[in-house]
Write a protein that binds this ligand. Structure first.
Ligand code: BMX
Ligand code: ZN
Length: 291
């Protein structure tokens, strides 16, 4: 059965037709960053109208999804009203049932069912990209939580003396190790604007400051992974996202975990589902949640 899958990120929105874990058609637009949810819904509906109709639709979105309402935990990642009624608004404009869940939770489900999370029952998928998001599967069940907050590990402690995060807490790992954070920290360090791919390139070319910065980010992330293992006794952590999969980053994280006591060590593996993990995960979830 074909599903319209929609992935709303801070910079881009992808729409796709997905059947049996395969993307058949795919469109991408820039995310309207006006702060109004209705602008996002209108942009999605315009694109959806160019695709063949499906019976149902699923949305994987950055932010907290609580009973169909979307709230940004970090408004810097996606500016939007608190508790925007995303599902209700999309059902009205797409004229079909819609199921919505957090983007990293959806991608975690795809990795668990079809990707690098296969073969274990307790795992976390962590994406390090614009922000840091995660989805947690325990005993084969995706955890979205009572209010949609489960898996928001980007807002666990990375450095108690670190900068204040968009969520209001100090020292969140998202403010230390996300692509956005790496760019901001490196720009401060170098005194000129740089993006995260430049930081990786400079580190590879031997720049000591960039190497220290990336090792600091990886060490913070390793500490969060050990916290997750300590609290949930995970069997595996799957690392994804543009920064997570950038050359050498996984190795930096593994080295940092190696410095922690062995009881907290679990395999950390590369994500296998690629950039469409959220789309594929939400399409699978729609079929079990709506039917
Ligand atoms: C933020 C938070 C999470 C999201 C994560 C990764 C917002 C808007 N988003 O921590 O819900 O899963 O970023 O998001 O508060 P991405 O946009 O980098 O994929
Ligand atoms: Zn935070």
């Amino acid at each position: 059965r074909e599903v319209l899958a929609i992935d709303i990120g801070g910079t881009k929105i992808a729409l796709a037709l997905v059947a049996n874990g395969q993307v058949t058609r795919r469109l991408q637009i820039a995310t309207p960053r006006s702060g109004r949810g209705t602008d996002i819904v209108e942009a999605v509906a315009r694109q959806a109208a160019t695709l063949p109709a499906t019976v149902s639709a699923g949305v994987a979105t950055t932010g907290i999804v609580d009973q169909g309402h979307l709230t940004a935990l970090n408004p810097a990642t996606l500016p939007i009203e608190d508790r925007f009624p995303l599902v209700q608004a999309l059902e009205a404009s797409l004229a079909r049932p819609v199921f919505a869940i957090n983007d990293a939770q959806a991608a975690a489900w795809a990795e668990f069912r079809r990707g690098a999370g296969q073969g274990v029952e307790r795992m976390a998928f962590v994406t390090v990209s614009t922000g840091i998001g995660a989805g947690i599967v325990l005993d084969g069940r995706l955890q979205s939580g009572r209010k949609g907050l489960a898996g928001h590990v980007g807002h666990m402690m990375g450095d108690p003396d670190g900068p204040v995060c968009g969520c209001g807490r100090r020292g969140c790992i998202e403010r230390l190790a996300s692509g956005t954070a790496i760019a901001v920290l490196a720009s401060e360090l170098l005194g000129r604007p740089v993006d995260s791919p430049e930081v990786f390139a400079a580190a590879e070319a031997g720049d000591m400051a960039c190497n220290r910065l990336l090792d600091g980010a990886a060490a913070g992330l390793a500490s969060v992974f050990c916290d997750l293992v300590a609290s949930l006794d995970l069997e595996r952590v799957v690392l994804g996202g543009g920064v997570g999969l950038a050359p050498g980053f996984l190795e930096r994280v593994r080295r940092a975990i190696g410095l922690q006591p062995e009881i907290f060590h679990r395999p950390v593996v590369r994500a296998a589902m690629g950039a469409d993990a959220g789309l594929i995960g939400i399409a699978d979830l729609v079929l079990t949640e709506l039917f």
